[in-house]
Design a protein around this ligand. Structure first.
Ligand SMILES: CC(C)(COP(=O)(O)OP(=O)(O)OC[C@H]1O[C@@H](n2cnc3c(N)ncnc32)[C@H](O)[C@@H]1OP(=O)(O)O)[C@@H](O)C(=O)NCCC(=O)NCCS
Length: 169
């Protein structure tokens, strides 16, 4: 599947809202179902300049999103958090891999980030496999981290360190 990765533009808010409105995307992330598109419009408009909001485009349509969010605290300036989703009907076609590869390239080779971190639901094996394939390791478990479909569910903390950080850190 021919997938192009680019940075999100203001006009992408409706497509991104649509991605996170899908049942699997909402269940796999911290997004809330039935969210207004306006919420995403404001999020994109209010995003800090150091936040990287990548989108995956297939046949002219935005079908995936990955946010790479550097931590503002200067003591954690080497760290960024990741959140992502691909439209429910297009899972398993390499779109998530393309987004994550692009984010890792930015982090490793352009943004001087040492540590990428995320939380993933303990039962979300597809996402965990994607992250493991790209060097993320399990660091621990948050118990009853979030409510999902009326039940408290655990998440795993996963992180990846730059495999060969430039210079002395
Ligand atoms: C997690 C997610 C982003 C992966 O995107 P994707 O485009 O489906 O991923 P890819 O097609 O690039 O596949 C990546 C890996 O995940 C695995 N995978 C994808 N879908 C899978 C599924 N339904 N079951 C099991 N594994 C699956 C693939 O096997 C692949 O591993 P492999 O290369 O070793 O075979 C996507 O499933 C998604 O949006 N899920 C809902 C939201 C979510 O969970 N976000 C993550 C929050 S931490």
């Amino acid at each position: 599947m021919q997938t192009t990765i680019r940075h999100a533009e203001q006009d992408d808010y409706a497509a991104i809202a649509h991605i996170y409105a899908q049942p699997l995307a909402a269940a796999g992330t911290m997004q809330i179902p039935l969210q207004s598109r306006e919420v995403w419009k404001q999020r994109l408009a209010g995003m800090a300049t150091h936040d990287r909001m990548l989108v995956a485009v297939v046949q002219g349509e935005v079908v995936g999103n990955l946010g790479l969010h550097p931590v503002p605290n200067p003591r954690r300036a080497h760290v960024a958090g990741i959140g992502m989703a691909v439209r429910d009907d297009l899972h398993g076609r390499g779109i998530g891999t393309a987004l994550l590869k692009a984010a890792i390239d930015l982090a490793d080779n352009w943004l001087n980030l040492l540590r990428l971190e995320l939380t993933v639901y303990a039962d979300n094996t597809a996402a965990q496999r994607l992250y493991q394939n790209h060097g993320f390791v399990l660091e621990g478990t948050h118990r009853a981290y979030a409510l999902r479909h009326g039940q408290y569910v655990d998440t795993h903390a996963m992180a990846r360190l730059h495999p060969a950080p430039p210079g002395v850190r």
